[in-house]
Design a binder for this molecule. Structure first.
Ligand code: ADE
Length: 230
C-alpha cells in the first residue's frame, strides 16, 4: 500500500519530511515528489502549492504516476464557529467547493455542474483512524464535519457566516475539496485533516502568522499516530 501525503505549503510538510527516509525524489509540474518510508509506511509526500488548481494537478499525478492507494491531505485551515480555536484539529467528513457557482442554471451554489454528487465524502475508515489518532493526543481538541474550500483566504466575518449558513461548514481552506474531487473521480479513498491557524475573521492573517507553527506541529503528530495505526 502506498499513501500519498499532500500539503499546500512547505512549512506544513517540513516536520514530516524530516522523519521521511527518502528513496526517490522527482520533480513534476513544479512540485517535488518524495517517495520513501515514513513511520514504517510507504508514502509519497509532496508540497502542491496553494489553491485548487495546484492541488488537483498534484492529486492526479499521485493517482496516475504513483498509483497511490490512499491520500491524506494535511495542513492548516480557518475555523468557522465560535467553539473552534487555533490549534484545534478538524477532520473532514466531506468537502465542498464554496467558490463554484452555476446558480444561474438552477444549481445549488457549490455544486460542480453535471457531476453526480454535491459534496465529496472522505473514506469512513480513514476518518475513524484520524479521529482515533486525535483522541490519543489528550490535549488536542478535534472536530469532525464539512470543510469548504475555495481560491480565497477568508478574513471576513460575513463570509464565515455565509459558509456556515450555506454549507454548514466548520472550517475553510483552499485545497481540500479539489483534492477530494480528483480522488472521487479516480476512486481513491482519502481524508483531509486540518489544524486550525485562525478564525477566518478580520484578524485572520495575523492569527495565521502566529499559529501556523503550532498548527503544523499538531497535524504532524496526528499523521504520525495515523500512519502507525494504518
Ligand atoms: N488556511 C488557513 N486559514 C485560512 C483562511 N482563513 N481561509 C482560507 N484558507 C485558510
Amino acid at each position: 500500500m502506498i499513501i500519498g501525503i499532500i500539503a499546500a505549503m512547505a512549512e506544513e510538510l517540513e516536520l514530516l519530511l524530516n522523519d521521511l527516509t527518502i528513496e526517490e525524489k522527482k520533480d513534476k509540474a513544479n512540485m517535488t515528489f518524495h517517495k520513501g518510508k515514513l513511520y514504517g509506511k510507504d508514502v509519497v509526500a509532496v508540497v502542491c502549492g496553494i489553491g485548487k488548481v495546484n492541488s488537483a494537478i498534484c492529486t492526479q499525478i499521485l493517482a496516475s504516476e504513483y498509483k497511490v492507494d490512499k491520500i491524506i491531505n494535511v495542513g492548516v485551515a480557518g475555523g468557522i464557529g465560535k467553539e473552534i480555536y487555533p490549534g484545534d484539529i478538524v477532520v473532514a467528513e466531506n468537502l465542498v467547493q464554496h467558490d463554484m457557482d452555476t446558480t444561474a442554471f438552477g444549481d445549488k451554489v457549490g455544486q460542480i455542474p453535471r457531476l453526480d454528487t454535491f459534496d465529496f465524502k472522505c473514506d469512513k475508515e480513514m476518518v475513524s483512524i484520524a479521529k482515533n489518532a486525535c483522541e490519543k493526543i489528550a490535549e488536542l481538541n478535534s472536530f469532525t464535519g464539512r470543510i469548504a474550500s475555495g481560491d480565497q483566504f477568508i478574513a471576513n466575518i460575513e463570509k464565515i457566516h455565509w459558509l456556515d449558513q450555506e454549507f454548514g461548514a466548520i472550517s475553510c481552506e483552499m485545497e481540500g475539496a479539489s483534492i477530494a474531487q480528483v480522488c472521487y473521480l479516480n476512486a481513491i479513498p482519502f481524508v483531509v485533516i486540518r489544524s486550525i491557524s485562525d478564525n477566518a475573521n478580520n484578524g485572520a492573517h495575523m492569527d495565521y502568522e502566529k499559529f501556523v507553527p503550532i498548527a503544523v506541529k499538531n497535524s504532524t503528530r496526528i499523521i504520525k499516530q495515523m500512519l502507525e495505526m494504518m
